[in-house]
Write a protein that binds this ligand. Structure first.
Ligand code: SF4
Length: 277
């Protein structure tokens, strides 16, 4: 099977969880788990704020940001959501209420501690540089790479927003393949020799502590771009040859809690002695 186009998220999924990528392609996307629903709530709040702030230069009132996060969780629960056995026992309504509460707390912290220090930029066509679809072709490997950038600020820093249960590693931005791919697209589309990138993280721990981690800034230049093109070429070749490596069972993602394909997967180890969630 020829692969001419690949999204940033698919390339990352394939590299981390090859068999999950195959399932997604053949069976369809898995329903989002609670962590993803919560993260989407934060994204919805941030996007609502940043789309208008690109032009007004003013952050929205807190209530509007909180409402956007809560509405997003509500909308997710109107579709399919993947619940763990524990969550199913708790009941969908209780889980939804808790998820809404946590998404609102993340959004509140974003509004207090992250949004005030970011001024979203504008695209050349005058539209906000928020959730902008980008794509570029990589002739050396015969591939078009595409994705959606969270935000580019007016200093031209491409920023990615994450929610997490713990502070990111100190080198998270440095090592992020997602940022490397954004940097590569930026380089191809604008000719900029070096791209500036940043990772903004809002943390909500299991214990209920909610804070904004220090923003991590990084760059990508010619050497990183060459390495990423090599990497993408290898990913493309492996997909075309249908080499889908299963995730190691000790990886956090290879569990009924995080992998919606777990029950159907031929690689999972079953039996009463195995952890079930
Ligand atoms: S259960 Fe594990 S090996 Fe199977 S698709 Fe999910 S992550 Fe991959």
């Amino acid at each position: 099977m020829k692969v001419d186009r690949l999204s940033i998220s698919s390339a990352r999924m394939f590299a981390r969880w090859g068999e999950q990528y195959r399932f997604k392609r053949e069976v369809g996307p898995m329903a989002p788990g609670i962590a993803l629903v919560r993260g989407k709530g934060l994204d919805a709040a941030a996007n609502l704020n940043n789309e208008q702030k690109a032009k007004t230069r003013i952050d929205l009132p807190l209530e509007e940001i909180e409402a956007a996060a809560a509405d997003s969780v509500e909308a997710s629960f109107h579709g399919q959501v993947m619940l763990t056995p524990d969550e199913r026992q708790l009941g969908a309504q209780a889980v939804k209420d808790d998820t809404k509460d946590r998404a609102v707390r993340l959004a509140r912290r974003y509004r207090d501690a992250v949004a005030p220090r970011i001024q979203p930029g504008l695209l050349p066509n005058g539209e906000p540089a928020v959730q902008a679809a980008v794509s570029a072709s990589l002739p050396a490997i015969g591939l078009e790479l595409y994705g959606v950038m969270d935000l580019q600020d007016e200093a031209r820093v491409i920023r990615d927003l994450k929610s997490s249960g713990k502070s990111p590693n100190r080198d998270a931005a440095e090592k992020s393949s997602q940022l490397s791919m954004y940097g590569l697209l930026d380089h191809i589309l604008t000719g900029a020799p070096t791209s500036r990138l940043a990772l903004d993280t809002v943390v909500l721990t299991d214990g209920g502590k909610c804070y904004a981690a220090d923003a991590q800034e990084t760059t990508r230049g010619p050497e990183e771009h060459v390495a990423m093109i090599e990497r993408l070429g290898t990913i493309k070749n492996a997909i075309e040859r249908e080499i889908f490596v299963p995730t190691d069972p000790d990886n956090w993602a290879c569990s009924p809690r995080f992998c919606g394909y777990y029950e159907q997967c031929r690689y999972t180890q079953r039996g009463a002695s195995r952890p079930q969630s």
